[in-house]
Ligand binder design. Structure first.
Ligand code: FEO
Length: 399
């Protein structure tokens, strides 16, 4: 499938309806994804990005149906990651001399992936590529989210090809933001930001400010995954600015793992205690052994506070809880509070371990945590609720 975005630009990517996991097994894609490639036909013709390697043959075959490959004057690789550069080997077999415009890091990484010395043309912010009537302006975007990342802006049509930024893992035949369910779209865009872009938020702010200062009109934002922003395209840019500034909703997220339900009982009692004291705050409770870890990260991203629990096992914590802690450590959330809890039978290290890990991850841990010997009885449940009451007070102070 290909489709025209306007008279000059054709989408030549791949909608991957079946994708369930991305980045190996690291990122869940409940709604599939797409790898967006764009063919711009002016006096000169330029192809912007390709698709993931398993779809390389299909991609090249589709391209051949709409253009003689030899008529592609330039290739732009906005980002070297395999999901966008994966069809280059297949394509370059046919047109090996075609220049590939990319950043200096892009050329290095593509060589590192494919071990080919293609005709790389290294570009920097402000460099342009004249297409005849319109031109491409290159804007480097290092660490959004790789060192090589770059965006390309097409003058005349006023389209920003933003690559991963502003994208979502969201397969849909209705490729425009005004054609899809807005809440699904934003759910996927936020999950993408939370799980992939959070560590680079300072770069997001700087890049948006820098791009805004260029005063280029934007009629459309064409990312490399998911839906194209054509109706009020800057809405996603404004949203990124909000997300990049230590975004929070009035939410507390409780994440736990449990062996014989004692820690689960604590989680539910703490949740009840928060709600008793504050009817307005959203409290969500997730068993991390059972629920999707990337969805949990998206909920933590939205929260003022993370309350993390695990039973003690072998003087440590349960592996699903450890996995979430490892993820939040890497993502480096800012300006969030946290607390720890957990049940035990004899040694009882879990709250202490969780507390230490949360501190290392940059959370402001409110206290030593809540520890429960064996299963909570009625009195213990009341203690957990009281602990939740206290958390509600702390959260309210944060408003
Ligand atoms: Fe969609 Fe960073 O690749």
């Amino acid at each position: 499938m290909v489709f025209d975005i306007n008279k000059k630009v054709t989408w030549t990517g791949k909608i991957d309806w079946e994708l369930k996991k991305f980045h190996g097994d690291e990122y869940s894609t409940h709604r599939g994804s797409s790898y967006n490639s764009y063919l711009v036909k002016d006096k000169k013709t330029v192809l912007i990005d390709t698709v993931w390697q398993p779809f390389a043959k299909e991609f090249v075959a589709n391209l051949k149906e709409i253009i003689d490959l030899k008529k592609i004057d330039y290739i732009i690789s906005n980002h070297s990651e395999i999901d966008h550069s994966g069809a280059l080997p297949e394509l370059m077999r046919e047109i090996p001399e075609t220049p590939i415009h990319c950043t200096k890091n892009g050329a290095k990484i593509i060589k590192g992936h494919y071990h080919k010395d293609w005709n790389f043309v290294e570009v920097k912010t402000g460099d342009t590529l004249d297409l005849g009537e319109n031109k491409i302006i290159f804007v480097e975007a290092p660490m959004l989210h790789w060192p090589d990342s770059m965006m390309s802006y097409l003058t005349g049509e006023n389209i920003l090809f933003s690559n991963d930024a502003f994208g979502q893992h969201y397969a849909s035949e209705h490729m425009y933001n005004d054609k899809v369910d807005e809440s699904e779209l934003y759910q996927e865009a936020l999950k993408y930001y939370a799980n992939i872009l959070t560590p680079f938020s300072p770069f997001v702010i700087k890049k948006i400010e820098e791009f805004s200062s260029l005063d280029l009109p934007v009629s459309m934002i064409c990312p490399s995954h998911g839906i194209i922003w054509r109706e009020d395209p800057l809405q996603i840019v404004n949203k990124y600015m909000e997300w990049a500034k230590n975004y929070q909703e009035n939410q507390v997220t409780i994440v736990y793992d449990t062996m014989w339900n004692a820690t689960r009982t604590m989680a539910e009692a703490i949740a009840k205690g928060i709600k008793e004291k504050d009817k307005e705050v959203t409290v969500k409770v997730f068993n991390c052994a059972d629920r999707d870890k990337n969805d949990i990260i998206a909920e933590i991203f939205k929260s003022k506070m993370l309350i993390m629990g695990s039973s003690t096992i072998n003087r440590g914590i349960l592996s699903a809880a450890a996995s979430i802690l490892e993820m939040v450590k890497g993502l480096g959330f800012k300006d969030k509070k946290a607390a720890a809890f957990g049940s035990y039978g004899w040694s009882g290290e879990s709250p202490k371990i969780i507390k230490e890990e949360l501190k290392k991850a940059g959370f402001e841990v409110i206290d030593e945590g809540l520890k429960q010997l064996w299963a909570p009885d009625r009195e213990d449940i009341e203690k957990c609720k009281a602990y939740g009451n206290g958390i509600a007070d702390i959260i309210r102070q944060k408003v």
